[in-house]
Design a binder for this molecule. Structure first.
Ligand code: HAX
Length: 459
């Protein structure tokens, strides 16, 4: 085996992740302080009434260290596009053509630096060392009714882990604000470390015999997650590495990221904050769309089998119009910010072309991709007729025998924790304040336009 996360013992005196972050914090704090001193009172955006009513689309009113979304280019994690991450982050095998390890992404999201193999191996070990669940969590998960949605189970289980919160314990003991980052680090790393077992328990109890597969200390985070879920294919391990990496972060305004940030801004600990973010992810306009997409494709197949017709461009078009005419959205298409095909879709498509080019469901997704932008453009409502991340993930999972599509958003949640908890670390390290935007009543708006019929002048 060449290189990779299993590569040899420590050869250099390498700082741990926590030591690396501790060294970065003073300079970051000074940078933000100077930014506020130099520019704090200057205007960087304005708000129209449409934006005020319309979910604050594109209003710049939050800072986010870990990623930035461009409407046409898509996401950059700490300045790197997805193809750049695939090129630069360490892989399990050491083969550059393989998918990046999420442990390396975590290092990048937290520190802004591309890690070495050795640093990634340290993170893999650190997460494994932190992975033991508090004793009450497993019996709690086992007690959930089978019909409870896996996302509800995940959110409850994350709250149950909170008995271990270092942040909450330190705060109650009177810890100073300058130490909050340290407790947030401990909680965030513990949480990320424990999510795979929590998710796997939910999966094995809800759909199988309740028995977890065995982990292997020589394997990485994603492969061990797969083992616990009951999957042993190295190709599926590659998918899990890619899946967690690309689902981790999408700047700060998306509902799961914003909810985590908002709840955390009250100094709720990372467990309470992440559970809030997961509840947002569980909505069909957000993370639940991955489950909805697969449901839509399976319905499509079933419908046209019953009608004695093949699934092709023409029948997909017909089914899309039936969905739209019944007042529903096409899941997996459209985006609040993006205006082009989501690069998270493109890299999953590339994965499919490499690993499963002849898969029947992949072929259907390909045909949908040919047809749907035209249908949605003709429909004329959506600002973005192209596919988003959720449009592709289900068929990849299905290919590896992961057929329980109600569970897909849980996998998204495991990935999303990497991004939102990395940001939460910086929220506390930088001492970002309680979030509290201003709302107005309809009466306030009416009165405002009586005295300002043309609104406020643009600066
Ligand atoms: N199918 C049908 N209509 C759509 C549509 C779609 N895929 N996408 C948008 N529209 C409609 C909207 O419902 C809206 O209609 P109304 O004016 O009647 O309210 C109109 O087009 C304008 O919407 P928009 O400005 O283009 O999009 P929004 O910012 O309001 O919404 C959504 C963005 C992602 C919620 C939207 O595109 C959607 O509902 N898509 C389908 C669900 C989906 O795939 N969600 C996952 C998004 C990615 C993500 O967060 N993943 O976690």
């Amino acid at each position: 085996m060449r290189g990779g996360v299993r590569r040899g013992a420590r050869t250099l005196a390498t700082k741990s992740l926590k030591e690396t972050l501790a060294a970065q914090i003073p300079a970051k704090q000074a940078m933000w302080k100077k930014m506020k001193q130099d520019h704090g009172s200057k205007i960087i955006d304005t708000v129209t009434l449409d934006q005020c009513i319309g979910g604050a689309r594109s209003v710049k009113c939050m800072v986010w260290e870990t990623s930035l979304l461009d409407a046409n280019e898509g996401i950059r994690f700490r300045g790197y596009t997805i193809p750049e991450l695939q090129e630069k982050l360490p892989t399990f095998s050491g083969n550059a053509a393989d998918e990046p390890l999420p442990e390396g992404l975590l290092w990048l999201l937290l520190t802004g630096e591309i890690p070495t193999y050795e640093q990634v191996a340290m993170v893999t070990k650190e997460l494994a060392d932190r992975s033991k669940l508090p004793a009450h969590v497993e019996p709690l998960i086992r007690s959930f009714p089978k019909e409870m949605h896996p996302m509800t189970q995940l959110s409850i289980a994350v709250l149950a882990l909170q008995t271990d919160s270092r942040f909450q314990q330190a705060y109650a003991a009177g810890a100073p604000k300058s130490s909050y980052w340290e407790h947030t680090y401990e909680d965030s790393l513990n949480l990320i470390a424990r999510l795979p077992e929590v998710a796997a328990l939910i999966y094995r109890c809800k759909y199988h015999d309740g028995v977890l597969g065995k982990t292997d200390p020589k394997l990485d985070y994603s492969a061990n997650f797969n083992r616990m879920l009951g999957h042993v294919s190295p190709s599926f391990d590659e998918l899990m590495r890619l899946y967690i990496t690309i689902h981790s972060d999408h700047e700060g305004g998306n509902a799961s990221a914003h909810a985590t940030h908002l709840v955390g801004s009250t100094l709720s600990d990372p467990y309470l904050a992440l559970s809030g973010g997961l509840n947002a992810l569980a909505g069909p306009l957000h993370g639940l769309a991955n489950q909805e997409v697969l449901g839509w494709i399976l319905d499509l197949q079933k419908t046209f089998k019953a009608r004695g017709k093949p699934v092709n461009e023409s029948t997909i078009r017909e089914f899309a119009w039936e969905t739209l005419n019944s007042g529903q959205v096409i899941p997996g298409y459209g985006h609040a910010v993006l205006r082009k095909t989501d690069p998270r879709y493109t890299c999953q498509r590339d994965f499919a072309l490499k690993h499963l080019p002849n898969d029947e469901l992949f072929q259907i997704v390909e045909t949908i991709y040919q047809v749907m932008p035209g249908v949605l453009t003709e429909h004329g409502k959506t600002k973005n007729p192209y596919p988003n991340v959720d449009s592709h993930s289900g068929v990849l999972l299905q290919h590896y025998g992961f057929t329980e599509h109600e569970f897909y958003t849980v996998l998204f949640g495991v990935g999303r924790a990497f991004g939102v908890l990395s940001q939460l670390f910086w929220d506390r390290a930088l001492g970002l304040p309680l979030e509290r935007p201003k709302s107005v009543t309809p009466e306030w708006i009416v009165e405002f336009f009586k005295t300002h019929p043309d609104g406020l002048a643009k600066p």
